[in-house]
Design a protein around this ligand. Sequence first.
Ligand SMILES: *Cc1c(COP(=O)(O)O)cnc(C)c1O
Length: 445
Amino acid sequence: MTELVGGPSLPQERKLVTSIPGPKSQEMMARKNAAVAAGVGVALPVSIVAAGGGVMVDADGNSLIDLGSGIAVTGVGNSAPAVVEAVINQVQAFTHTCFTVTPYDGYVKVAEKLNELTPGDHEKRSALFNSGAEAVENAIKIARHFTKKNGVVVFDHAYHGRTNLTMGMTAKNIPYKDGFGPFAPEVYRVPTSYPFRDGLSGAEAAKVALTQIEKQVGAGNLAAIIIEPIQGEGGFIAPAEGFLPALQAWATENNVVFILDEVQTGFARTGDLFAANHEGVVPDMVTTAKGIAGGLPLSAVTGRAEIMDSAHAGGLGGTYAGSPIACAAALATIDTYEKENLTERAREIGAIIDEFFGEIAKNDDRIGEIRGRGALKAIEFVESGSKNPNAALTGAIAKQAGEQGVIVLTCGTYGNVVRFLPPLSISDELLREGLQVVADALAAN
Ligand SMILES: *Cc1c(COP(=O)(O)O)cnc(C)c1O
């Protein structure tokens, strides 16, 4: 067996030794197409064998710049040394017990950390799960149990997952929902705040949303309002200032649980440990996942003690929920965010991206808006001289960047947003090289 070592010791360089995808990646993709369900698509058809720092290495020996972190997961870097060590130690001690059969300390420690670090200094409780969608499902379960109401308000452009309930909560039809219904009932969608397109202040946008909630749902039927503090898959849409606080104030007045879905924005990504902190909002509940455990599958619901404790024993859990391996990884990951001051690093990365594309935007009016916070940044592309979404350009940029060895993701309801989610372990030099490849792809189209 060949020893493959990832992590920060991998040479931090973009190096193309074949075209992308190379022959070994193509060979794997042929097997993938024969063995894996077609619905499981891929953004870039390469076969990854190692990753770390700011690079991913494929089976053909190409070294690619990673500007996606596996969708905002490997914030501390892929195979981060502290995570690797914690996982090895845990695997050697025990791999599984099922926390709800025989509990263990790592789970409790993660809950203690989340209770301490998430927004607000009220008394909290946490419950751990495996995926972001599972955390969202459980947050809704708990909010319904606590309020004894059913309705759930979600927003235009929202993304909450791919399970039945969360698919119904997600806004975008293709690819997430088309043909996969029927969806769970009692989910109501209202307009969000999308400053680039609606031109409303936070207070104005909140008035639109809250009026619709009052007229079409009624507070007496509503268990929860759930929103991403910056919408992720929907296009990295940051609401206008004041929008989130207005929703929160209304929810509090009306015995409605206010839930922030920080699955993508959480854990240093936005230049603060949680995006809620930028707005000074304190949610009743917060869902976290992606950046929590350095790449291991873990998610959490953290909320006010009286809400979280309302569900009876046995009502929450799951065979693998809060796996000891994922918990060990999470403790090492959270420690790494703190020790390496990665919130500050996220702000530096954001400033570099702003400056780099800010210059280019002066001479290219297809850049409609550069937005986001910290190392969660995006460019919304439009047709010249308009706000018409330019999905063709966006797709071409991502494709061309991939062929040149830079992994970038797209998003947005209109498919016209390129998003940057680099690992916070990336160097300035590598980041700039990656951005230049994206800029070159823009110039060539
Ligand atoms: C990714 C994501 C989810 C779903 O997480 P999974 O782990 O893919 O189930 C939910 N909410 C938000 C905001 C996300 O970005």
